[in-house]
Ligand binder design. Structure first.
Ligand SMILES: [Zn+2]
Length: 326
């Protein structure tokens, strides 16, 4: 135990990211200003266990997702109501991974400020999974029944892949990658009636490869994949399928990044993209901090709050899925 505490404190002093969702967020480079005071001391250990039910062979089920032109299918993010008329705008995305039970508090905060332009990334093959032992702080996903009860109604529900496997292990078996993405899409569609077209890479940047981007681009209708390396910048992404966020909710710089964004002169389209996990709120006891962030964004003037799906739909014709390597 003391070794763990020492390791955590050392990591914090060194400014390392000490928590993760599996292995994400991987590249939090900023030292949190406040070390978790009364957070569970084991909360900061990297969960080392992979999902126990890793497939030993590729699933045989072929993807049967609807074509993008299929009549009657409602695709996520089409109804932002935003018209891109050449006027530069400031876009803000906020999203959370894993759909664990801490999301109830996040949703409560969002509703309090009437802020529904928020995306939650879910793994529908992990209904009810409890990773608390690996993560060290409560990490319990909603059951199917709970998901069907409308917890996320009004919000954007998107793909975090079916089992949350580290997909780089399956680059040589594209069928598995395709199945992991499309099964999640289909299940979310069954749940919400809206077909998701964006994802967050499971495990974050350590488990993303350019080969995976190509597999997803060529075989699925998912057109955006979020990574985990904070840029602290407001440029639009160069590639949709490895979009790097501006900031992470537990970073010490998240508020200063947001303030710089809000204060900046808008001469071209800008993006503030912030992500996190509900369980981080338990690690850092940072519910108040998140509420302040949500309130600040919800009340900000001169910005366009969009879901990740809406951002994708607005820019999919301008930002390539990926730039092929020479
Ligand atoms: Zn995750």
């Amino acid at each position: 135990m003391f070794k763990k505490v020492f390791a955590v404190m050392l990591a914090l002093l060194l400014g390392m990211s000490v928590f993760s969702c599996n292995t994400e967020p991987a590249a939090t480079t900023d030292k949190p200003t406040e070390a978790p005071s009364d957070a569970p001391t084991e909360a900061t250990e990297e969960p080392t266990e992979a999902p126990t039910e890793a497939p030993t062979e590729a699933p045989t089920e072929a993807p049967t997702e609807p074509a993008t032109t299929e009549a009657g299918t409602v695709y996520a993010g089409m109804d932002s109501g935003i018209v891109r008329d050449g006027t530069p705008k400031k876009y803000i995305c906020l999203c959370f991974d894993d759909t664990t039970k801490q999301d109830l508090k996040i949703i409560e905060m969002c509703k309090k400020y009437n802020y529904y332009d928020v995306t939650f990334f879910t793994s529908t093959g992990l209904y009810g999974a409890d990773w608390t032992a690996g993560v060290g702080v409560s990490h319990v996903r909603f059951t199917k029944k709970e998901m069907q009860s409308g917890i996320y109604d009004g919000f954007d529900l998107a793909v975090h892949t079916y089992h949350h496997y580290p997909l780089d292990q399956y680059e040589k078996t594209p069928k598995t990658v395709i199945s992991e993405v499309t099964k999640d899409q289909k299940n979310i569609y069954a749940l919400t009636g809206v077909y998701p077209v964006v994802m967050a890479w499971p495990g974050g940047d350590p488990n993303v490869t350019r080969g995976l981007m190509k597999i997803v681009a060529e075989n699925t209708s998912v057109g955006l994949g979020r990574g985990t390396t904070s840029t602290h910048k407001f440029d639009l992404p160069k590639e949709m399928l490895w979009l790097q966020p501006t900031a992470e909710i537990s970073e010490a710089t998240v508020f200063s990044d947001l303030q710089r964004f809000l204060d900046a002169e808008c001469t071209e389209d800008m993006l503030f993209f912030c992500w996190g996990h509900g369980y981080e709120l338990d690690i850092y006891n940072s519910y108040g901090k998140l509420e302040n962030l949500i309130k600040t964004i919800a009340e900000a003037e001169g910005v366009e709050r969009v879901t990740v799906s809406e951002f994708y739909q607005l820019f999919k014709n301008e930002i390539p899925a990926y730039i092929p390597e020479d």
